[in-house]
Design a binder for this molecule. Structure first.
Ligand code: NAP
Length: 546
């Protein structure tokens, strides 16, 4: 690819710009991107819709919200000083602590001064004559920058169920990710939770302790596994701190950036006794080991997956007193780990409580919401509070809500509706100078590990361009096609890609999200990083730089 600097043209000069880079989103991604760009001397402005930093951990304040990855594998790894001074209080920290951590990072590195809150980006339009992005905030203010970087999250656009009368409820009702900042009292009250994904599970097991009565409306159960959270005392924190190098090295080597990775054995290569011993060990161990650290074929071989599912089904039967309720909680339409595994603490035991009731809405569908509560096909329920843990317009929703327009008036939403394609999950053909942190077809996994990698890759590219006076970067159509092919190949044979979930782009509450699509990169972290590194090492030959 020819790489020539042609920005002698005055129109592409920097003086016409408000900033070198605009970053959208003050979550884990945006915070680190701002830090890195400022570090290399760029003029950066970060716009955030919320009133403070935190992203996912700012919005998701629902009761019970906490990490499912070990706290010390989730924090930033870039600053030794930060690692030295921050103490985690639990192996899986809760949302208030995580938010405090992110606020601490933003304050420590003096990042707030370049952030603008309550600033919802409505549109982003690329001007090829000046090689810049023009963004417009709600309220009409406009800013221009050479580059636009999105750190807008993969699960940040909430979706409410499409139920008749949903607005007519006279009590309180919230989507979990729009939980109010002020305390919500549910003590002694009649509460409903709709949805039993990772969020619903965390909410249910927490609120059931205090409510008068909890009614759970479940459409499809998920395969949940124990979190095994515990406190970290000062001595243990000392040990963790001494082991940070090893922790991050492990995360860098594993398939998806977690502390856990697939066992090298396959399920039926060991004896039945060894198999069960291993599964018992995983069931008794912390975190995602049971999902990410299982036999290597559990998520690819249907027979292995069935055996694992049977093991977990038995665990559910042992933990839930009422056999009929236990059966309702056992998934029958997908195998263990083929959807994201919610991690739980006494979730199944919640259903042994007298104040908790499980409604299978496949048998008795929700007909409507009224001012008093929820009406199903056979009953009317009255509630004081309805909690919708009904998920997100995953990966795409946060892009679709912004009017993003590239060259030749090409709208991103239309381009992706025709075919969802990107280059490395970072760049998009027809959208020069736009870089996504963990966009579609990027590796998700343990998010901060992927974020740090993506941010550093983008920063290196911008530095490369600056050193050569390049002002325009666009992934070529060939590079995008080749990435699409690679993403498709990596997704082949994975059971995860053969079931309906947000990971396959399904959302029953939205038109146009009923067909499974490849929405994320499902190869390993090392394959993903190798590809990205090769692009950088080639001098970004897959991009048109000028
Ligand atoms: P989700 O996994 O998409 O689950 C949404 C739930 O709502 C499902 O049970 C779904 O049922 C139900 N639902 C949706 N629409 C409904 C309707 N119209 N009527 C009845 N039920 C309806 O969403 P989520 O639980 O918010 O989790 C999303 C992702 O966020 C997780 O997979 C995870 O990656 C992330 N998360 C992470 C953490 C953490 O790291 N600590 C915690 C929470 C969430 P169906 O299954 O039948 O569609």
């Amino acid at each position: 690819m020819t790489q020539t600097a042609t920005n002698s043209n005055v129109l592409t000069a920097d003086e016409h710009l408000d900033y070198d880079v605009i970053v959208i989103g003050a979550g884990i991604a945006g915070i680190y991107q701002l830090y890195k760009l400022r570090d290399i001397g760029m003029r950066v402005r970060l716009f955030e819709a919320g009133t403070g930093v935190g992203g996912t951990w700012y919005w998701n304040r629902y009761p019970g919200a906490r990490f499912d990855s070990e706290s010390y594998s989730y924090g930033y790894s870039f600053s030794q000083e930060l690692l030295d001074e921050w103490d985690w209080s639990e192996h899986f920290a809760s949302q208030p602590e995580i938010l405090r951590y992110l606020q601490h990072v933003a304050n420590k590195f003096d990042l707030i001064k370049d952030m603008q809150f309550s600033s919802d980006v409505q549109s982003a339009i690329y001007r090829d004559d000046t090689r810049c992005w023009e963004i417009e905030l709600q309220g009409g203010s406009r800013f221009r920058s050479r580059f636009l970087i999105t750190g807008i999250g993969t699960l940040s656009q909430p979706t409410l169920p499409r139920i008749q009368g949903i607005d007519s409820f006279s009590g309180q009702s919230f989507h979990t990710s729009r939980w109010p900042h002020e305390p919500v009292s549910y003590k002694g009250k009649r509460v409903a939770v709709v949805g039993t994904g990772a969020t619903g599970v965390q909410t249910i097991q927490e609120v059931c302790k205090d409510v008068g009565h909890l009614t759970v409306f479940q459409r499809r159960p998920n395969w949940c596994a124990p979190l095994h959270n515990s406190k970290i005392d000062p001595d243990e924190m000392k040990e963790i701190r001494a082991g940070y190098n090893e922790i991050f090295e492990t995360c860098n080597q594993t398939n998806a950036g977690f502390l856990h990775t697939a066992d090298s054995r396959s399920t039926f290569e060991v004896s039945e006794e060894q198999r069960h011993e291993f599964w018992e060990h995983l069931y008794a161990s912390k975190g995602f080991g049971i999902w990410q650290g299982n036999f290597k074929d559990v998520l690819t071989d249907p027979k292995a997956n069935e055996a694992m599912s049977n093991f977990v089904a038995d665990k559910i039967r042992q933990r839930v007193n009422d056999p009929e309720i236990a059966e309702k909680l056992i998934p029958t339409d997908h195998g263990f780990g083929t959807r994201r595994v919610p991690l739980e603490t006494n979730y199944y035991e919640s259903y042994n409580r007298d104040n908790v009731e499980l409604i299978d809405i496949n048998k008795t569908p929700i007909k409507k919401v009224t001012s008093k509560g929820i009406v199903t096909s056979d009953r009317e329920f009255e509630f004081d509070l309805i909690i919708y843990a009904t998920g997100f317009d995953a990966v795409l929703g946060s892009y679709d809500r912004i009017n993003i327009v590239g060259i030749n008036e090409c709208k991103l939403v239309d381009q992706w509706r025709k075919e969802l394609s990107t280059f490395l999950g970072i760049q998009i053909n027809n959208f020069p100078n736009l870089f996504m942190i963990m966009g579609p077809h990027a590796l998700l996994g343990n998010n901060p590990r992927s974020i740090e990698f993506n941010v550093e890759w983008i920063t290196d590219l911008i530095q490369h361009m600056r050193a050569r006076n390049f002002t325009r970067a666009e992934a070529t159509a060939e590079a995008v096609a080749s990435w699409y092919k690679h993403v498709s190949e990596q997704g082949e044979g994975l059971l995860t890609n053969q079931v309906d979930s947000w990971m396959t782009g399904i959302n029953s509450n939205l038109d146009g999200r009923q067909k499974r699509i490849l929405i994320r990169y499902s190869g390993t972290q090392s394959t993903y990083r190798k590809r990205c590194n090769e692009v950088a090492e080639s001098g970004y030959a897959a991009l048109n730089l000028m």
